[in-house]
Design a protein around this ligand. Structure first.
Ligand SMILES: Nc1ncnc2c1ncn2[C@@H]1O[C@H](COP(=O)(O)OP(=O)(O)OP(=O)(O)O)[C@@H](O)[C@H]1O
Ligand SMILES: [Mg+2]
Length: 262
């Protein structure tokens, strides 16, 4: 269980009037093996919150408590543009760097991850990370964090700029980690990408927590009642009708065709 109580964080600039209050007395609990979608407009505090949950920065006020162990050793964070941080000469060294630093052996885990995301390790292992496509680079960066096998995975907009195929691979990886019992928090501007596999949705507004609800409550209480992306709108309509999400995109498309009678 992750317990966040009255947590505040201010970025402190040097000049007068340069302090930015990024999070204000935020309180919530995340039970183990939850899959939480973190939403909120640009500047609402998502990245700041993820960095606090990872132990990279410390709150100025309030407390973050993680049962059995410290945050830093239990969680891994994937930054918004993780491929900007590559510094190893080969894909394999990039994948193994974190493992070596943590003194872990991740051969089996690495095999499982690359299978799930369809990443051809044999083909790519001795190439430089910079020779991969944008989608492959993002998957490499995500895989190199997930392979550490930490209990809490924090992902900051992992699908931004990815094409549909790469998004599906990220989804596959997160679903497989979730099924292994991991706790996942993923920030996104497009909740629909993960709504069918998530357990909760939380929203930040100007640094304050606007809501933290189950996916069912998110759909039923019309919390989504703002400008919805097309896919999210149909997913929600589907869920309201059948009390479940469609198994795949084809099922959703079929439903939309029937609704629109086309
Ligand atoms: N290093 C920093 N120094 C000063 N202010 C910062 C810093 N990082 C973020 N901020 C400010 O803190 C607030 C919260 O920023 P944060 O990056 O956490 O929001 P976000 O929800 O992740 O936004 P986005 O959707 O654009 O990624 C914003 O007002 C932002 O300008
Ligand atoms: Mg951010």
């Amino acid at each position: 269980m992750l317990t966040v109580r009255e947590v505040s964080f201010t970025y402190k600039g040097h000049g007068k009037g340069t302090h930015v209050s990024a999070l204000k007395r935020v309180t919530f609990d995340i039970t183990d093996s939850s899959f939480v979608i973190l939403t909120g407009r640009t500047g609402s505090g998502k990245s700041t919150l993820l960095q606090l949950l990872c132990g990279l920065i410390e709150p100025d006020g309030g407390e973050i408590h993680c049962e059995d162990g410290d945050l830093f050793s239990k969680s891994s964070m994937i930054f918004q543009y993780p491929e900007d941080c590559f510094f190893n000469p080969t894909v394999m060294e990039e994948l193994e760097f974190g493992l070596k630093t943590a003194g872990k052996n991740g051969t089996e885990k690495l095999k499982a991850i690359t299978e799930v995301i369809g990443f051809d390790l044999e083909k790519f292992s001795s190439r430089t990370p910079f020779s991969l496509s944008g989608g492959e680079q993002r998957l490499l960066a995500i895989a190199s964090m997930v392979v550490l096998d930490n209990a809490i995975l924090l992902l900051d907009e992992p699908t931004s700029g990815l094409d549909d195929r790469a998004v599906q691979r990220v989804r596959n990886l997160l679903l497989s980690e979730y099924r292994l019992g991991k706790t996942i928090v993923v920030s996104t501007h497009w909740p629909a990408e993960f709504l069918d596999m998530a357990t909760h949705v939380m929203n930040l507004r100007d640094g304050s927590l606007e809501y933290f609800v189950t996916v069912e409550d998110y759909v039923d209480s019309n919390l989504h009642n703002r400008q919805l992306e097309e896919k999210e709108k149909y997913l929600i309509d589907y869920y309201k009708r059948f009390k479940a999400f469609p198994e795949n995109d084809e099922e959703l498309i079929e439903f939309v065709r029937r609704e629109k009678k086309c």
